[in-house]
Design a protein around this ligand. Structure first.
Ligand SMILES: Nc1ncnc2c1ncn2[C@@H]1O[C@H](COP(=O)(O)OP(=O)(O)O)[C@@H](O)[C@H]1O
Ligand code: SF4
Ligand SMILES: [Mg+2]
Length: 345
C-alpha cells in the first residue's frame, strides 16, 4: 500500500480550477519531486495532502489517502491525529511559518511536549548556538528560521514531509545546506519526502522519483533519471531543456514558449495543446488517459509515437570565438502554438 495516494483530485478556488484530476503515489521512504511552472498546482496539491487548503478552496472530486485514511472525509479529531502522527510540513517562508510572538525555544517545547530535548532537536538541524533558543523568529536569518521550522516538522519523525519550495527564499549557499539537512534527517527517520520545486537540477540530484505537473494534473511521473533525462511528455521535454543544468557548454537554453493556462473549469482536452508542437485536433478536445512509456506514466495522446523523438540529444550551438558575434539562431525544437494562452471550461 502507498503511504500517499492522490486519486483524480479536483480542487476549485472561486473562479480557478487549481487541480484538474491530479494523481500521485508516494511509497514509504521514497522522495518524490513535484515540478512544474508557477500556477501548475504544486502548492495546492501539497496543502491538500494535509487538508490545509485556504477557506476558498473546495474539493470537487477525488480523494487523498494518507496511510489508507481518506483525508477529506475524516472528522476533525481524526484529522488532527493523522496530521500529528503521519505528516510534517515545511513552507517557503520560514519566518512566516513560526509564531512571531514566541521565543524559538518555547515554540519547540510546545511541539515536543514535556521531556522533549530541545537542544538535541536543534543540533539535528545543525543549530548549536544556545542563543537561538532565546531568540524571536524575526531575529533569525532566513536559513536559521528554516532550520527551526524543519526541526519542528521532523521532531515527531513523520512518515511524510511535504516541503513546498523550502529553499526558494534562501541564497544559494544556504539553500544546499538546508536541503542537506532535510534529506539527511528524512533518510535517518525513514520519512518520505514530497518536494515541491521549480529547481529541476536539485530535484534530479536528490529525489528518487519525479512528478511533472501541468494545468493541475500530473502529466508525467517515474524515476527521476528517466523523467528528466529521457522525458516522455512534450511538456517535460520542454521544461528539461529550460533548466540551467541542461546548459552543457555551448548548449543554448530553451525557455518553454508561451504561458501556462489558468483553468476556470475542466480542461476539455490536453491543457498543453496551445503550446505543444506535436498537438493534433483531438488534443484540444479529448483528455489524454494515462499510458506507460518505459518506466514512466504519461498523459499524452502521442506519447508512444513520440518516444524516440523526445529523447533525441540537444544539438549543441557552435561555440563563438569572439563575444561580438552572436551564435546563429537555430529553430526551437518545440514551437509555440500561435493562439490562446487560456484554457477555459
Ligand atoms: N488562495 C487562492 N485563491 C484563488 N486561486 C488560487 C489560490 N491559490 C492558488 N490559486 C490558483 O490555483 C492555481 C494553482 O496554484 P498553485 O497551487 O499555487 O500552483 P504552484 O504552486 O504550482 O505555483 C493557480 O492558477 C493559482 O492562481
Ligand atoms: S496530448 Fe497532444 S497536445 Fe498534449 S502533449 Fe500530447 S501531443 Fe501535445
Ligand atoms: Mg507554489
Amino acid at each position: 500500500m502507498s503511504l500517499l495516494s492522490v486519486r483524480n483530485l479536483v480542487i476549485d478556488y472561486a473562479r480557478t480550477r487549481a487541480l484538474d484530476g491530479a494523481g500521485l503515489e508516494v511509497a514509504q521512504g521514497e522522495s518524490v519531486g513535484v515540478v512544474g511552472e508557477s500556477g501548475s498546482g504544486k502548492s495546492t496539491l501539497g496543502s491538500a495532502v494535509g487538508r490545509l487548503l485556504p477557506r476558498a478552496a473546495r474539493r470537487t472530486e477525488g480523494e487523498v489517502l494518507v496511510a489508507g485514511e481518506p483525508v477529506f472525509d475524516l472528522p476533525a479529531a481524526r484529522l488532527r491525529h493523522l496530521r500529528r502522527k503521519h505528516l510534517g510540513f515545511v513552507f517557503q517562508d520560514p519566518i512566516g511559518s513560526l509564531d512571531p510572538t514566541m521565543r524559538v525555544g518555547d515554540q519547540l517545547r510546545l511541539v515536543l511536549g514535556r521531556g522533549g530535548d530541545v537542544r538535541f532537536h536543534l543540533g539535528r538541524v545543525r543549530l548549536d548556538d544556545p542563543r537561538v533558543l532565546r531568540a524571536y523568529p524575526h531575529q533569525l536569518s532566513g536559513g536559521m528560521a528554516q532550520r527551526v521550522a524543519i526541526a519542528m516538522a521532523m521532531a515527531t519523525s513523520p512518515d511524510l514531509l511535504v516541503a513546498d519550495e523550502p529553499t526558494a527564499a534562501l541564497d544559494s549557499q544556504v539553500r544546499e545546506e538546508v536541503s542537506d539537512v532535510i534529506f539527511t534527517l528524512a533518510a535517518e527517520a525513514g520519512t518520505s519526502i514530497l518536494w515541491l520545486s521549480h529547481d529541476l537540477p536539485a530535484v534530479a540530484r536528490r529525489c528518487d522519483r519525479v512528478a511533472v505537473m501541468y494545468g493541475g494534473r500530473v502529466v508525467e511521473s517515474g524515476p527521476a533519471a528517466q523523467v528528466l533525462g529521457h522525458p516522455a511528455h512534450p511538456y517535460t521535454a520542454a521544461l528539461a531543456r529550460s533548466a540551467p543544468a541542461a546548459a552543457a557548454h555551448g548548449v543554448r537554453l530553451e525557455p518553454v514558449p508561451g504561458r501556462p493556462p489558468v483553468l476556470t473549469g475542466p480542461s476539455p482536452g490536453c491543457a498543453f495543446a496551445p503550446r505543444c508542437a506535436f498537438a493534433e485536433d483531438r488534443c484540444a478536445h479529448e483528455r489524454p488517459a494515462p499510458v506507460r512509456v518505459r518506466e514512466q506514466d504519461v498523459l499524452c495522446h502521442k506519447a508512444i509515437e513520440l518516444e524516440d523523438r523526445l529523447t533525441a540529444p540537444i544539438e549543441p550551438a557552435p561555440i563563438e570565438p569572439a563575444p561580438i558575434e552572436p551564435a546563429p539562431i537555430e529553430p526551437a525544437p518545440i514551437e509555440p502554438a500561435p493562439n490562446t494562452t487560456e484554457v477555459t471550461a
